[in-house]
Design a protein around this ligand. Structure first.
Ligand SMILES: Cc1cc2nc3c(=O)[nH]c(=O)nc-3n(C[C@H](O)[C@H](O)[C@H](O)COP(=O)(O)O)c2cc1C
Length: 196
């Protein structure tokens, strides 16, 4: 781990290493959110893009997480690769992904997942699995082979203000480096080593 490297470059390097290692769901992150005055919430989502400007994931815009992303002060995520002894923590404000980028990603998904997005009222009570399967079949009949992206489904971008890299050391003397910047448009990051 080098303090000279840009934190996004370093993140990409670690993510690729996890992929090359063959780690299943190497891009699964635990995404934490909190609405104002509410208990924090956390769940796994898949990290689908690491852009220079931030970290991209996709979800239902009417889900509890989306409500918390909209009303809260940003989000945080952690990713951990046991096999590599590495963890990264990220915090920052959130923005919706541009529509054309959500369209692009939606179109790249397997067809059944595209129907699935249409029929999931994510995190609302569901009477039975059979209802869900029947709704997916109806969506398939309605939209055919080229379903449009549902208006209530798309991406978010977390724009990092803090990125912390943790690398396992012997005798629990781990390495930790935290990068911070004042605003999401600042190109200057400052970095410091932390006690484990
Ligand atoms: C490995 C894994 C990956 C997941 N990826 C996503 C994802 O990319 N987007 C998503 O909306 N939910 C994903 N989920 C489901 C979420 O964890 C969660 O159940 C769902 O989004 C509802 O969360 P909410 O009620 O907090 O909005 C994933 C679950 C697991 C276990």
């Amino acid at each position: 781990m080098s303090q000279d490297e840009h934190p996004i470059t370093q993140f990409r390097r670690w993510l690729s290493a996890a992929e090359s290692e063959g780690i299943r769901d190497h891009n699964a992150i635990a995404l934490a959110t909190a609405g104002p005055g509410q208990m924090p919430n956390v769940r796994m989502v898949l990290l689908k893009g690491v852009e220079d400007s931030g970290f991209v994931f996709f979800t239902n815009y009417e889900s509890p997480k989306a409500q918390e992303l909209t009303t809260g002060c940003g989000a945080a995520f952690v990713i951990f690769w046991r096999e590599l002894g590495r963890q990264v923590r990220v915090r920052g404000p959130i923005e919706r992904l541009e529509q054309h980028l959500s369209d692009q990603y939606y179109a790249s998904r397997p067809l059944q997942s595209r129907y699935g997005a249409w029929v999931s009222r994510q995190s609302s009570p569901l009477k039975s699995k059979a209802d869900l399967v029947a709704s997916a079949a109806k969506a398939a009949a309605r939209f055919g082979i080229d379903p449009p992206r549902p208006p209530f489904w798309g991406g978010y971008r977390l724009r990092p203000l803090e990125i912390e890299f943790w690398s396992e050391g012997r005798h629990r003397l781990h390495d930790r480096f935290r990068w911070t910047r004042r605003t999401v448009s600042a190109s200057e990051w400052t970095t410091c080593r932390l006690y484990p």
